[in-house]
Ligand binder design. Structure first.
Ligand code: GAR
Length: 214
């Protein structure tokens, strides 16, 4: 049986598309059992439908609080028995219960070289800080926002001409290479979250993860 993914999105879904393409091109030996969106108008839903992937839309505004919404997501997602949950531009903070339920199976991609620039507007943050390097990180999700242990990063150099827009485009291009690659490690059973840290082929990774993986 191939590795079962559930992908969570809120918007454009270009990372979802990169994962769909990697599976189609057999760079990633996995299948996407379901795509869940909290945004009923997410462009990524159309990408899933076009690829024949079941979709679930849960508008978080219909639940009274984060806990009850997250409990409903768990109920829906567990029907598909996902081996790995893939946050791909899922722009909601997750409850401790949700994160704990999927501990060690929950991955996120973030548009910065963590631990630098957590939160939103990371390209603006990198420019404001005068960074000469920028990039993206894939990490295991823990309760700390954008604070979970890093698995891998891809870096770009920042030039004087760069703007938020150019950085966003260049970083996203790297995301689309990095995420499928990391997911293939998961699919091959090589990547785990252990009490002592992230392991790839039973080796504990440094805090920055695999440095130039995408
Ligand atoms: C991606 O750039 C991802 O790194 C970012 O949202 C974008 C989603 O794009 N995620 C975060 O900022 C999470 N903190 P996409 O919908 O086209 O994949």
């Amino acid at each position: 049986m191939s590795h079962t993914l559930a992908v969570l999105i809120s918007g454009n879904g270009s990372n979802l598309q990169a994962i769909i393409d990697a599976i189609a091109e057999q760079r990633l030996n996995a299948h996407i059992a379901v795509v869940l969106s909290n945004n009923t108008t997410a462009t990524g839903l159309g990408r899933a439908i076009k690829a024949g992937i079941p979709t679930i839309t849960l508008d978080h505004r219909c639940w009274p609080d984060r806990e009850s919404f997250d409990q409903e997501m768990i109920r829906e997602l567990d029907r598909f028995a996902p081996d790995t949950l893939v946050l791909a531009g899922f722009m909601r903070i997750l409850s401790g219960h949700f994160v704990g339920h999927y501990q060690g199976r929950l991955l996120n991609i973030h548009p910065s070289l963590l631990p630098r620039h957590r939160g939103l507007h990371t390209h603006r943050q990198a420019l404001a800080a005068g960074d000469t390097e920028h990039g993206c990180s894939v990490h295991f999700v823990t309760e700390e926002l954008d604070g979970g242990p890093v698995i891998a990063q891809s870096r770009i150099s920042v030039s004087a001409n760069d703007t938020e827009q150019t950085l966003s485009e260049r970083v996203q291009a790297r995301e689309h290479v990095l995420y499928p690659r990391v997911l293939q490690w998961r699919a091959e059973g090589r990547l785990s979250l252990k009490p002592q840290g992230v392991t790839l082929d039973d080796q504990i990774l440094p805090t920055e993860g695999v440095r130039d993986a995408g």
